[in-house]
Design a protein around this ligand. Structure first.
Ligand code: SF4
Length: 161
């Protein structure tokens, strides 16, 4: 079957993208390969994945898995580009789905906010850290910090059916 998928371009094109986070959720995906490597090899083609590929031009794809919250305008622009090139965009992990834990600074006291202000300017940080859905339509989410491997595998089964 994998020969035919390859021959007729039946493999689903999938990308993984990381924003403001620890990248632990994409590591969870890599861990699933201990069990699912052969199956995924026959069913998906990974077009973007910083941890596995040098190429960083964003390609058209069926599914974009996006981890991390959004903290800068350049991240907003990149996220919108991913959205425009992906049929389905999946928030991978709680940072992408609801902003946590990166968004904890949104609730800092005024004193603490004043203290970190020079760092926000220096690193061109937005005033608040937001989940993906603040800026783009999100089709699905896999929650957890980090996401559990069994939840990724369950969703993959659904998407690759
Ligand atoms: S949700 Fe948690 S584990 Fe996943 S990338 Fe964000 S900070 Fe890391």
């Amino acid at each position: 079957m994998s020969f035919f998928r390859e021959l007729f371009g039946m493999k689903k094109r999938v990308g993984f993208f990381s924003f403001t986070c620890c990248e632990g959720c994409s590591i969870s995906f890599i861990e699933t390969l201990n069990i699912k490597f052969e199956e995924y090899l026959s069913k998906i083609k990974i077009v973007n994945f910083r941890a596995l590929k040098k190429e960083d031009k964003i390609r058209r794809m069926e599914i974009a898995f996006v981890e991390g919250a959004i903290s800068t305008e350049s991240e907003v622009r990149k996220l919108k580009e991913i959205r425009s090139k992906a049929k389905k965009l999946v928030a991978l992990g709680s940072g992408a789905a609801n902003g946590y834990p990166s968004n904890q600074r949104n609730k800092f006291s005024n004193e603490k906010k004043r203290f970190i202000q020079p760092l926000l300017v220096r690193f061109r940080q937005n005033k608040t850290i937001e989940p993906l859905k603040t800026y783009v339509k999100v089709d699905d989410e896999i929650n957890g910090c980090p996401v559990e491997e069994k939840d990724i595998m369950r969703k993959m089964e659904e998407y690759l059916a």
